[in-house]
Design a protein around this ligand. Structure first.
Ligand SMILES: Cc1ncc(COP(=O)(O)O)c(C=O)c1O
Length: 442
């Protein structure tokens, strides 16, 4: 029996994997090493991590600089209770995040992941109104959004197959449509209507790109209009930058494309460059001050055992060092340009409904002929990509690429060739190279 079989079968005996139907899932692929954008399987095969390991990895796997900083922290202080105590890594990371975040953010509350960062933001928003003695209960969110898997985060996420077993346990949310191009007026009207009804505590949104919904994209102008309505009606705003943060959209935060700024921001995923689990919720002084009181009941009673973990904060600091390097900025822009060149050609291929791009995020939507058929096809194209040595996880009929910023040109070529191969598999038609001097619209 090979070691690979042993690892995978040992896994099968004891592990329950996320988002996996354990009855029918293929054996997991044991990964024994990572370097740059590559993952090395135990059987010697390599994979280009074109999904940045669930959108967390920024600078490549097992980055030596992050590893060194984490090791130093581990030898100094691995953890300390974060109520009543503090430490340099948490303070410095908060100081640096506040410098980078959209203007006005002045406090950082740490937690463990994206879902908990969202829970904290929702609790801050709800309690803000209670602390002020004002009755405001409603939360507004985009209909197709995804904010995480804990109960509050599920409540503000789409009522989808993911959340169906729990619907009756989720608090009520006012959903508005995503303002994709052409839909803007409708969404603005829906928000206006809720705002006029009153009683709205907060609006939570994924800025510019809804990840799990299928990399659904909309423009900064309409988000600014939505935020303006919220400001007019004193509705608190929460930008969920868990996926979009740290350069993914081409700017440090998606909120950097906007004129107006949110009251709160949620962060995770790229916060540690993909090294450690860490979540952060930032807020402005207005929110923070509503919790200051001689009455202890106005405290934000939330915390996790590992809140502000020093090792995770050290990874965050190291990742920020790398993110702010000129060469990382150039690399982000290079990926953006390469994606743009690929989209220009790929959007005219048969059965390609749309190619969307914002910064380093690329999504291809194929024409779907019924969901069940397509779900089956999703499995086929996922396996096809793996055979090509590329990790791409389709979201239904949508395939997306979110690479680590260190991805090389030959690795990007491999990803694009795999997308072309998928298209061929779906349509049965060969990829055609559109003429370079073309009258087709950009
Ligand atoms: C926008 C957004 N918010 C929150 C989350 C939840 O993050 P986590 O998986 O770390 O709990 C995700 C995860 O994909 C996300 O995309």
């Amino acid at each position: 029996m090979s070691t690979t079989t042993t690892l995978a079968t040992r896994d099968q005996q004891v592990i329950w994997h996320p988002y996996t139907q354990m009855k029918t899932a293929a054996l997991p692929i044991p990964i024994v090493k990572g370097e740059g954008a590559l993952l090395y399987a135990e059987d010697g095969k390599t994979y280009v991590d074109a999904v940045a390991s669930w959108w967390v990895n920024l600078h490549g796997h097992a980055h030596p600089y992050i590893a060194q900083k984490v090791a130093e922290q581990l030898q100094t202080l691995e953890h300390v209770i974060f109520a009543g105590f503090t430490h340099p890594a948490a303070i410095t990371l908060a100081e640096r995040l506040i410098q980078l975040l959209p203007q006005g953010q002045s406090r950082i509350f740490y937690s463990d992941n994206g879902s908990t960062a969202v829970e904290v933001a929702l609790k801050m928003a709800i309690q803000y109104w209670q602390n002020k003695g004002i009755a405001r209960r409603k939360i507004i969110a985009f209909r197709n959004s995804y904010h995480g898997d804990t109960f509050g985060a599920m409540a503000v996420s789409a009522r989808s197959a993911f959340t169906a077993p729990f619907w009756s346990y989720l608090f009520e949310v006012c959903f508005i449509d995503v303002p994709i191009p052409g839909n803007e007026d409708q969404t603005l009207k829906q928000l206006e209507a809720y705002a006029h009804e009153g009683d709205v505590a907060a609006f939570i949104y994924e800025p510019l790109v809804l990840g799990t919904a299928g990399m659904v994209m909309y423009n900064p102008e309409v988000l600014d209009q939505l935020l303006a309505i919220c400001q007019q009606h004193d509705i608190l705003t929460i930008a969920d930058e868990v996926m979009t943060g740290f350069g993914r959209t081409g700017r440090t935060f998606a909120s950097d494309y906007l004129q107006l700024q949110p009251d709160m921001v949620t962060l995770s995923k790229g916060l540690t460059g993909g090294t450690m689990a860490l979540g952060a919720t930032s807020c402005n002084e207005k929110i923070y001050e509503a919790f200051l009181s001689d009455d202890k009941r106005k405290t934000l009673f939330h915390g996790h055992s590992y809140t502000g973990n020093p090792v995770a904060c050290a990874a965050g600091l190291a990742s920020l060092d790398l993110l702010l390097l000129e060469e990382t900025k150039q690399q982000i822009d290079h990926i953006r340009q390469r994606h743009a060149a690929f989209s220009k050609k790929f959007r005219y291929q048969p059965k390609v409904l749309e190619v969307r791009q914002r910064g380093t995020i690329l999504a291809v939507e194929f024409e779907a002929e019924g969901t069940s058929y397509f779900n089956k096809l999703g499995d086929t194209i996922y396996s096809f990509a793996l055979e090509q040595g590329v990790i791409l996880r389709p979201l239904g009929n949508i395939i997306y690429v979110i690479p680590p910023y260190c991805i090389t040109d030959p690795q990007l070529d491999q990803v694009y060739l795999t997308l072309q191969g998928m298209q061929q598999l779906i349509t049965g038609e060969r990829y055609f190279e559109p003429p370079t001097q073309t009258t087709l619209h950009d």
